[in-house]
Design a protein around this ligand. Sequence first.
Ligand SMILES: [Ca+2]
Ligand SMILES: [Ca+2]
Length: 180
Amino acid sequence: MKRRPPRPFPALPVALLLVAMLAEFPAHAQTATDLNEGLCLSANSATPGTYEVSWRGRAGYTYFLQRSEDLASEWGYFPLIETGRDAAVRYGFSTPAARIFVRLRLLETTLADPYGTDSDGDGLSNQEEFGLRTDLFALDTDLDGLPDAADAFPLDPSRQSFTGTLAVVLFMPANALVLP
Ligand SMILES: [Ca+2]
Ligand SMILES: [Ca+2]
């Protein structure tokens, strides 16, 4: 993977990482045929804890950027969805984590309403799943049997609390013997 030299950029808290810059790649930059869309993560040595992530966004593709601090726990999402435009996509962010890893998930299509779309059909929009920190591509993020939209604790499989309404219908069997 070819790496771009670190460039200074303003330190931003993770919650405000939505500072996207679209620019045409110079000739030496990564291309979509590179591994993982030419995804690069560069640390800003001048400002510890600040990074720039970039990749080649292909037209007709939709990108979701994920992060992990240790590769052992679940991957989380940056709260952004990027529609490829055959151009570079760059984001700057800061984090207090000692290490940070990033990866892309992509759809080979574009979405008319990326944030309003429910990508996994669990009843929650992508925007709502960003807020809940659930997986945009899993009906049941914590695998406890309750879909994310009905799970009061969608990230904790040890706590099962149904948030919907249970419909209970009582009926009398045709051969029932009614006692006095
Ligand atoms: Ca969803
Ligand atoms: Ca669940």
